[in-house]
Ligand binder design. Structure first.
Ligand code: DHB
Length: 304
């Protein structure tokens, strides 16, 4: 295979290839994130970090389903002060880090983002779409709130800011437009889909939180539809996320309008070799189709 260039420039965030680790998976410590980067990811996204440490929901917090996972962790994390040290360690090795953040207030978002960028984060992803924590997740369903929180984070940092959107809305494009108005440099689409699983013996929902976020292959077609609708409505780049487990899934996302993709749940079933195998598959596809860059097929399915 000739030297292929898989690099993408995502609103100023330069990636050696279009794959990223999705937030929430293996993202809590520098050594684990380093392993993910060394396995071939173009960048790593941290677990969502908030202003102070949080225990999260009580067990059970995860259910394994036929086509994915349902989880309601409740945003457990060690807090921004502790996690800044992990970001500093990653930057000693020059690893591109996207800090996923959440908070309950505009000031909280701005502070967490500023701290993690000061520690070296190359970009910020606002998690305004967790389905499992009231108030924080609901933020992502209100266009005005998304616009405001995006603006607050943009005003606090000088690096690219991505808004990660929820599919749990009637009109995802409207929310994407709000993020763009607030100054977002890009959109990550999508977070998990609110769902439920029931134990027929106890005759009760399995998760302690009752509902959780559905991820994995079950989500792919919903995520593709969201990327499609967002692409038609904004001019900032989109990072596709939801059910990607092979190169072909990634290419589908590019064709619908994503410039890069995030991989999360598939790591549980395929292991960390998934990054290299997806990148190799994308490279083979590009060679076979005579493509010189991923950007060349972004949005091509729209036929415009
Ligand atoms: C959690 C957060 C998310 O953003 C998500 O998609 C699923 C779960 C959580 O911490 O509960």
């Amino acid at each position: 295979m000739s030297e292929l260039n898989l690099a993408v420039n995502l609103a100023g965030l330069k990636l050696r290839n279009p794959t990223m680790l999705a937030a929430g998976v293996l993202g809590l410590s520098a050594p684990l994130l380093k392993r993910v980067y060394e396995s071939g990811a173009g960048a790593v996204v941290t677990k969502s970090i908030g202003p102070s440490s949080r225990g999260g929901h009580s067990n059970p917090t995860v259910v394994s389903l036929e086509y994915g996972f349902l989880n309601a962790m409740g945003l457990p994390n060690p807090g921004v002060d502790y996690f800044s040290t992990e970001v500093r360690k990653l930057k000693e090795d020059n690893i591109p880090v996207v800090a996923s953040i959440f908070a309950e207030t505009l000031e909280g978002h701005a502070e967490v983002a500023a701290c993690l960028v000061k520690a070296g984060a190359d970009a910020v992803e606002i998690n305004c779409s967790c389905p499992n924590v009231k108030d924080i997740g609901l933020l992502g369903q209100d266009p005005n709130a998304v616009e405001e929180v995006t603006r607050a984070v943009k005003d606090a940092v000088h690096v690219p800011v991505l808004a990660k959107l929820t599919p749990n809305v009637a009109n995802v494009a409207e929310i994407a437009r709000a993020a763009e108005r607030g100054g977002a440099d890009g959109i990550t689409a999508i977070n998990t889909l609110k769902a439920i699983a029931v134990d027929v013996e106890t005759q009760r929902p399995i998760l302690s939180n009752i509902t959780g976020g559905l991820s994995g292959p079950a989500l792919k077609s919903v995520a593709l539809r969201c990327v499609w609708e967002i692409f038609e409505n904004v001019s900032i780049p989109i990072v596709g996320c939801g059910g990607i487990s092979c190169w072909c899934d990634a290419v589908e996302f590019f064709l619908c309008g994503a410039s890069a993709v995030q991989i999360g749940t598939a790591i549980m079933s395929h292991g960390l070799t998934i990054f290299n195998s997806i990148n190799e598959g994308i490279g083979d596809y590009m060679t076979r189709r005579g493509l010189r860059s991923v950007q060349g097929i972004v949005g091509k399915a729209h036929g415009k």
